[in-house]
Structures are given as C-alpha cells and as structure tokens.
Ligand binder design. Structure first.
Ligand code: OFO
Length: 168
C-alpha cells in the first residue's frame, strides 16, 4: 500500500509528465509554423513519449491499489525566439523533471517504499539520456548559426528519428 505522501507525490508527477507532453506539442507546433517539419516530428514524438511516462506512473498507482487524482495542467509556452531557444527550453525543462524524479526517489527512501524505488530506477536512467540528447542537439544548433543548408540537414536528421504519425 502506498503511503498518503507517496501517493500524492506520484499523482503530482503524472501532472508533470502530462505538462511535458503539452509543452513538447506546443514546441512541435511552433516548428511546424516556422518551416521546420523534421524538428516538429521529433518534438511530437517527444510529446508522445511524455504521455507514455505519465501512463507508467498512472498504471503503477493502480497496481499498488492507489487512487488516481488528475490535477490541472498549466498552459504551456507557445512563443519561442528560435529553434535554439526551443531546445534550450527543453533541456531546462528536463533538468526540472530530473529534480522532481530525484525528489520522488528521496521520498520513497524516507518512506521505506522499496517497490517505488525499483519503479523509479527506470526514470532516473531515462533522465540521464533525455538530458544528454537535449545537450547534443543544442551543441548542433549552436554550430549551425545562420547556415541554412546545415539547418536543413539537422531538421532532416531529427525528422528521420520520428515515425510518420501524420495519419494517426
Ligand atoms: Fe522527458 O521526461 Fe518524462 O519523465
């Protein structure tokens, strides 16, 4: 059985993950509106991954006989200065999420909730990868500067990582 404190923190994390879904969809829409279809597809895929993260927490709460309480999701930022600004914001956001995951882990240790500690291991590793990916993209964006051909290539490469989900 989850403690009240743990349950409430896990429900809070569902909101954080759903906000991430919303934020990356907003970033994807900005890229679409600014002729960056590859980055738009990549960020849409990131958005879908966040939904899956939210559902991992959701299903875990149900598996532990906890009560799901969905919380209000804030309006995400919709204006960005550039594609570099997008990925810098993404990294900042992922660093914030890493902090929330670490706090959850600290709470699970405090509560002696061993099952939650095991479940959170996946998220701890995932955050290392997510931050690294965002940092690598920022480095590439910085190298591009005003070079349109290099931007085309990066957009194309990021787009090729995302399956075509247009029909869905
Ligand atoms: Fe992008 O991270 Fe969820 O957890």
């Amino acid at each position: 059985m989850l403690s009240d404190k743990m349950l409430s923190a896990l429900n809070e994390q569902i909101k954080e993950e759903l906000f991430s879904e919303y934020l990356y969809l907003s970033m994807s829409a900005w890229c679409d509106a600014n002729d960056l279809p590859g980055m738009a597809s990549f960020l849409k895929l990131k958005s879908e991954e966040e939904r899956a993260h939210a559902m991992k927490f959701y299903n875990y709460i149900l598996d532990r006989d906890g009560k799901i309480t969905l919380l209000a999701i804030d309006k995400p930022q919709s204006e960005f200065n550039s594609f570099l600004d997008i990925f810098e914001n993404q990294l900042k956001h992922e660093q914030k999420i890493t902090g929330t995951i670490h706090k959850l882990y600290a709470l699970s240790v405090e509560e002696k909730d061993y099952a939650t500690q095991v479940m959170l291991q996946w998220f701890i590793e995932e955050q290392v990868e997510e931050e690294k990916e965002a940092k690598d993209i920022i480095q590439q964006c910085k190298k591009i500067g005003d070079n349109e051909s290099a931007l085309f290539l990066l957009d194309d490469r990021l787009g090729s990582q995302a399956p075509n989900t247009e029909e869905n």
